[in-house]
Design a protein around this ligand. Structure first.
Ligand code: AOF
Ligand code: ZN
Length: 369
């Protein structure tokens, strides 16, 4: 049982395929599967929208009879449990696949090595750990939620050449160009939820949806940390709340005593009537909020603003990945300094890549888990 030269190439393709349904399969992971015979891909599958069917039965159905003797490439260990669908390991056995190549083993208690054992017991050759770093990255949200019951947190910041994220009193300032902005919209589509602080919600009046034509329905759950419920009723967030859900996270007593505050109760009722869900949480303890989100099935969270919120997540040690977009122009006088610059990325993060979007550059940093 040894890795073959073509394994990484096909696994990379399976991972790429899995990414097409990121943000659409929660609480299931988005898994990719290829069936390959004599170097030719004869079946492909990705976990369906909503989480089922799983990737493997779809890829096998496409390959049909030709799957006999073929190799299956799967980004996650095939499942061994009877859930809403029969085990994928059983389907691979039934179709007569000769070899299964896996990137990441499944931490789900119901699977956790049993899928691999089932395959091996049926005489199938199994190799694991192929492109594991990349595979784990594609499954980061799922793995984080399974192992720590909280979403994987990506902090996205756009800074000017002189390290500013905006200008005091000016609302949204254009820092990056269209290509970088489109990339951010794609990140929103891939995330289960997006979060900003009330300062940003008031100053920028953002919509936080995905506006790429055709992908509008992939807009994430929008969350505002709004201790005292100051979210303006005329804001884009409130006005679009019936179409794309919004949660306002209000402080929980005793840090804010809402029970006696009639004005607070009035705002809560009005937001509720506008379709905004009000969640009361101890906002001084973001870890608790993330666990509540994990329990609701949120496996990936994009933190988009602003400087204070970014700092709070960093201070709480709750950031897993940083995406630092940098534009070519200075903001200068009146600029709001970014809490994160290339020169002061926390030591626990590794630089894993750089991409260009027009005149802008995006550096990516991650922390292992
Ligand atoms: C696979 N292929 O494409 C996916 C898998 O609720 P269920 O029955 O759908 O099971 C969910 C579990 O199935 C999930 O926690 C993970 O272990 C596995 N997801 N497995 O073989 C797939 N999405
Ligand atoms: Zn399965």
């Amino acid at each position: 049982m040894a890795q073959r030269p073509e394994d990484e190439r096909f696994m990379a393709e399976a991972i790429r395929l899995s990414r097409t349904h990121l943000g659409l399969t929660s609480t299931n992971p988005s898994v990719g599967c290829l069936i390959v015979r004599d170097g030719v891909v004869i079946g492909r599958g990705v976990t369906a929208v909503g989480g089922r069917p799983h990737a493997e039965p779809q890829a096998l159905a496409e390959a049909g009879e030709a799957a006999r003797g073929a190799t299956a490439y799967v980004t996650l260990e095939p499942c061994s449990h009877y859930g809403k669908t029969p085990p994928c390991a059983e389907a691979l056995i039934a179709y007569g696949v000769a070899r299964v190549v896996i990137s990441v083993t499944d931490p789900d208690q119901r699977v956790s090595g049993r899928g691999i054992t089932m395959l091996r017991n049926a005489g199938i050759e199994v190799d694991t750990g192929i492109l594991e770093t990349e595979g784990r990255r594609s499954l980061a949200g799922y793995l984080m939620r399974q192992t720590r019951n909280r979403p994987y947190v990506t902090l996205k910041l756009a800074i000017s050449a002189d390290g500013m994220i905006g200008k005091t009193g000016e609302g949204q300032v254009r820092i990056t160009g269209d290509a970088a902005r489109a990339e951010v919209q794609m990140l929103r589509a891939e995330s289960d939820a997006i979060l900003v602080g009330i300062g940003t919600a008031i100053a920028d009046d953002p919509e936080l949806t995905c506006r790429i034509p055709g992908l509008e329905d992939r807009s994430p759950l929008r969350i505002v940390i709004d201790e005292q419920l100051q979210l303006p009723f005329g804001s884009k967030l409130v006005r679009t709340a019936r179409k794309y859900p919004v949660i306002a996270v209000a402080a929980h007593p005793p840090s804010f005593d809402d029970s006696t505050d009639a004005a607070f109760l009035g705002r809560r009722a009005a937001l509720d009537a506008a379709g905004v869900e009000v969640l009361q949480s101890n906002t001084n303890e973001l870890g608790g909020l993330l666990e509540a989100l994990g329990t609701r099935g949120i496996s990936s969270l994009l933190v988009e603003g602003g400087a204070r919120m970014a700092q709070r997540f960093l201070d709480a040690d709750l950031v897993d990945r940083i995406l630092l977009f940098q534009g070519p122009a200075d903001i200068g006088e009146g600029g709001i300094e970014s809490p994160v610059l290339k020169s002061n990325i926390p030591a626990s993060f590794m630089h894993i890549g750089q991409s260009r979007f027009g005149d802008d550059v995006c550096d990516e940093y991650e922390r292992g888990f």
